[in-house]
Design a protein around this ligand. Sequence first.
Ligand code: PBG
Length: 330
Amino acid sequence: MSQFQFPVRPRRMRHDAFSRRLMREHIVTTDDLIYPVFVHEQQGRAPVASMPGVERLSIDELLRVGEQALALGVPVLDLFGVPDPAAKTADGRVAWDENGIIPRAIRALKSRFPELGVMSDQALDPYTTHGQDGLIDANGYILNDETIEALIKQSLAHAAAGVDVLSPSDMMDGRIGAIRGALEANGYIHTRILAYSAKYASSFYGPFRSAVGSAGSLGKGNKYTYQMDPANSDEALHEVALDLAEGADMVMVKPGLPYLDVLYRVKQQFKRPTYAYQVSGEYAMIKAAAANGWIDEKLVAMEALTAFKRAGADGVLTYFALDAARWLRE
Ligand code: PBG
């Protein structure tokens, strides 16, 4: 009962679609979507078994996907490289080869579709024989400052190829400032940085590691000495503050759905462009349950994307990006 003599009925506004629409607080639009893609040195397409609907693409096939993204209004692709296994080395040097898979993919996309945003990942894990994101010493420790030198070379190779957005995913200390300094020193003043600021040492990355071919290299290894402990969230605010101070234009929380509280705190505290990564394991879980007929893929995927917006995301990296753009048109 309210102070008046009639009941409170929040259900009135839910009674019809029109009034539900009128009071809707958060909506997903195509503008919110970042589409991660895997580019390999092979011909054609190769399915990723643990990520139904995701394929590794040759550069020719990538151009087809770029055309689809543009037609659907998806603003930006995020490129991950899959080198030939024989090209992997302990130092991952093929990562900064200007004729490596990613610089070639960037040049192909930007010359064919200049208006399509192109983002690329900076980390060494697809390119190293040990599957770690950085260089390692004799004890297997991932070296911080030496890795940053490698990331600068990788970043400059991507910037020279014309990438619009760099996204360092390695979690070395100080890499955003170092990369920003190198970009400025080389005249790349427009290159944006989306920092993987709060990236957790998560077990939800398994399918991705199969997709880029780092799972076998990593073996029983882990990333606990550089990626964040899933138990922490104050630490995420510290990491975000550092990356913003070092020159990041955008920050990210990763994984997505299990970390909505972190996303919410980051957006509340900093009010800067903030992104969530709905990672491979989250995608695989939805796909697997839907394939069993246990959940409705489209409704569950769109509900998850809406939850990111509600928690404060300005956008989402999602393997559902093209599907979501199609669903939004229906
Ligand atoms: C590696 C990287 C990973 C992801 C993006 N970049 C995996 C890892 O850190 O081991 C995960 C993405 C996903 O699971 O979808 N630098």
